[in-house]
Design a protein around this ligand. Structure first.
Ligand code: FES
Length: 279
């Protein structure tokens, strides 16, 4: 007689916790063995895979915690670089394991959140992975504590603020994936988003905003990142913030708006074109 194997769905996260192309790793028991599980949201859909490369039995994040390639469009193994289609888990590499697929895990999303509904998976818990060795070294070399990523150092900066200011995208990405505080304020009250403007890191700014960074945070002088961009004549950044709905009405402690602070004609025109909202 066949044995009827009963299983129950395992709730793993709120829908809001799984952001587009920001993978979360869990530890799970899969067919009785400890494994790692990867949950991603791609084009709105929640998808699960065993976190194990088809090339060799290594975790996809064994070398680096970033699991998407530089375009943030494909999953990439950090060991030898196989690129996978996020929707099918299929290797798109022309030379390695072409067509082989990551082991899919059945994921269900409903009004209560995200569930694993896969009879092979018996238990799941979120995996708090340590940072990669290069990132830990960078954090240590800059006087921070890699075991407490939100601990601030010189100027009350955190590793994330410094990484963004120095354009260290891989490190900043790992810190965001590790849930570093994206709204920490340093000695001047500026945040990692401001630091992205300093280093001209548009894609990192997008990551921070996607992870909940406040676009209109004001520093100790009342300045927003939009004001900073306008006063520094960073026209592309003014466009960037306006396109993402930045509020033009805040004033600095001196009573100046972003428009008042515009230091070139392009910034002035862009800010003047924003309709004034009457409350
Ligand atoms: S182990 Fe993933 S590409 Fe080789």
């Amino acid at each position: 007689m066949d044995t009827l194997k009963l299983h129950h769905r395992l709730w793993i996260a709120n829908s809001s916790e799984v952001k587009e192309r920001s993978p979360i790793i869990f530890e799970c028991t899969y067919n009785g063995k400890g494994e790692s599980l990867l949950l991603i949201r791609y084009d709105g859909q929640c998808i699960g895979y065993l976190n194990k490369c088809v090339h060799m039995p290594f975790r996809l994040d064994c070398e680096k915690k970033t699991l998407f390639d530089h375009t943030r469009d494909k999953i990439k193994c950090s060991m030898h670089g196989i690129i996978y289609d996020p929707l099918t888990g299929e290797s798109l590499s022309p030379t390695m394991c072409t067509g082989e697929k990551l082991n899919a895990i059945n994921v269900v999303e409903d009004s209560a959140g995200i569930w694993i509904d896969d009879e092979c998976v018996e238990s799941v818990k979120e995996y708090n992975e340590m940072l990669s060795q290069p990132t830990r070294k960078w954090i240590l070399a800059n006087g921070f504590n890699p075991d407490d990523i939100d601990q601030s150092g010189k100027y009350n900066d955190t590793p994330l603020i410094l990484a963004c200011r120095e354009g260290e995208k891989v490190i900043a990405e790992e810190l965001v994936v590790s849930k570093a505080n994206v709204n920490h304020r340093n000695m001047d009250g500026t945040t990692a988003l401001w630091a992205c403007v300093v280093s001209n890191s548009f894609d990192m700014a997008d990551r921070l905003l996607g992870a909940g960074a406040s676009i209109d945070s004001q520093n100790d002088n009342g300045a927003t990142t939009l004001m900073y961009a306008a006063s520094a004549g960073k026209t592309e950044w003014v466009k960037y913030f306006l396109a993402r709905g930045s509020d033009t009405s805040p004033t600095s402690l001196d009573g100046f708006t972003a428009l008042d602070l515009a230091s070139n004609v392009e910034c002035l025109r862009l800010l003047k074109a924003v309709p004034v909202t009457v409350e």
